[in-house]
Write a protein that binds this ligand. Structure first.
Ligand SMILES: NC(=O)c1ccc[n+]([C@@H]2O[C@H](COP(=O)([O-])OP(=O)(O)OC[C@H]3O[C@@H](n4cnc5c(N)ncnc54)[C@H](O)[C@@H]3O)[C@@H](O)[C@H]2O)c1
Ligand SMILES: [Zn+2]
Ligand SMILES: [Zn+2]
Length: 348
């Protein structure tokens, strides 16, 4: 088969690789029908994720068809259409029993395209298939479901639910990439009074409007504190969400929140950020962090089936699998290409 293989910082190729085989009896082999690229894959290619070693097939998001199952797989059947989620769950460890699948101690967590070969290939081995895949509901497209492999549960769980967005809230989202946009779309489900999107790139702010932000701030030329202050009588936002992953945006999210409000960090940080406890200690602020667990995936699947979430909006570019290198190039240059999510499918 063909797979997108990492060969060390800055190097990758769509190349021949042996088809995956069943290893454990809880495995499934899934034929990849639709797959996408994540910002995290770009971090890996920069060499930022040291656990990813040369020879690794990248990718942790896919929709596909089950080709084979191990003897211990009970609920997934050959021929099923399934969502392969970014988080694998053993289902039995302490954290899985608590729904914290991202922290799985039994060999799951974020492993696809990280610790084991991933989904950017014609076939992928999915461990713990019963607890790590989701049946695709009838009547929804592969593309829509694919957005539930990572970005929508991440935005919803780590941004919206951790941030405790409630009706009438003013929500400020720093960063309007696919994750920030998912936070905005998910926040809408709770009827906030205003959603303020903050980014440096105007095309991203336009996208933010299209998924439900009603106020946008280009923080390269506008003051986010003023914009949020104007909506809140100077108090600050009820909920702020950091969806970039650099110190400046975390510090901005902490500055924009009202006393008693929530700051939900979603961004992956590579450097220390300053926690201004000298200002925050008196403000009753709650700060949360998190890796996505994907416990919300069944809820989100019902929302897309019921047309309450339009997940397909994130897809800006479409390719076939053999165009993987071009797809990476388009995805990596969003300011030139306008890319949010790119989807690759089999030909024909
Ligand atoms: N916690 C998790 O489980 C989880 C899961 C997936 C992704 N993430 C992380 O979420 C973050 C966002 O992911 P993404 O795919 O949307 O990334 P992205 O790079 O596509 O988007 C980031 C956005 O932030 C904007 N930005 C950059 N610097 C800014 C600044 N100083 N002020 C305002 N805006 C700024 C950029 O213009 C861009 O639109 C990343 O750090 C990613 O690694 C976290
Ligand atoms: Zn991802
Ligand atoms: Zn587990």
């Amino acid at each position: 088969m063909q797979a997108l293989v990492y060969h060390g910082p800055g190097r990758k190729a769509w190349e021949d690789k042996a088809e995956p085989a069943l290893v454990d009896d809880t495995d499934a082999i899934v034929r990849v029908d639709a797959v996408t690229i994540c910002g995290t894959d770009l971090h890996i290619l920069k060499g930022d994720v040291r656990e990813v070693t040369p020879g690794r097939t990248l990718g942790h998001e896919a929709v596909g068809t089950v080709e084979a199952i191990g003897a211990g797989v009970k609920h997934v059947h050959v021929g099923d259409r399934v969502l392969v989620s970014c988080i694998t769950a053993c289902g039995a460890c302490r954290f899985c029993r608590e729904g914290h699948y991202g922290q799985c101690l039994g060999g799951g967590g974020w492993i696809l395209g990280h610790l084991i070969d991933g989904t950017q290939a014609e076939y992928v081995r999915v461990p713990f298939a019963d607890t790590s895949t989701y049946p695709v509901p009838a009547g929804v497209s592969d593309e829509q479901v694919l957005m539930l492999a990572d970005i929508l549960p991440t935005g919803y769980e780590v941004g919206v639910l951790n941030g405790r967005v409630r009706p009438g809230d003013v929500v400020a989202v720093v960063g309007a990439g696919p994750i920030g946009l998912s936070v905005i779309m998910g926040s809408r489900l709770f009827s906030p009074s205003h959603i303020v999107a903050i980014d440096l790139a105007d095309p991203r702010l336009e996208a933010a409007k299209s998924v439900g932000a009603d106020v946008t701030v280009n923080s390269a030329r506008e003051d986010a504190s003023e914009a949020v202050g104007a909506l809140t009588g100077g108090l600050g936002a009820d909920v702020t969400v950091e969806a970039v992953g650099v110190p400046a945006t975390f510090e901005l999210a902490a500055r924009l929140v009202r006393p008693g409000g929530h700051v939900a960090n979603v961004g992956v940080h590579g450097e220390p950020a300053t926690l201004h406890l000298e200002e925050l200690w008196i403000r009753n602020v709650t700060i949360t962090t998190g890796l996505v667990d994907t416990y919300s995936t069944p809820t989100l699947l019902r929302l897309i089936s019921g047309h309450e979430l339009d997940a397909g909006r994130f897809v800006t570019h479409r390719f076939t699998l053999d165009q993987f290198e071009e797809a990476y190039d388009v995805f990596a240059r969003p300011s030139d290409t306008g890319a949010l999510k790119v989807v690759l499918t089999r030909e024909g």
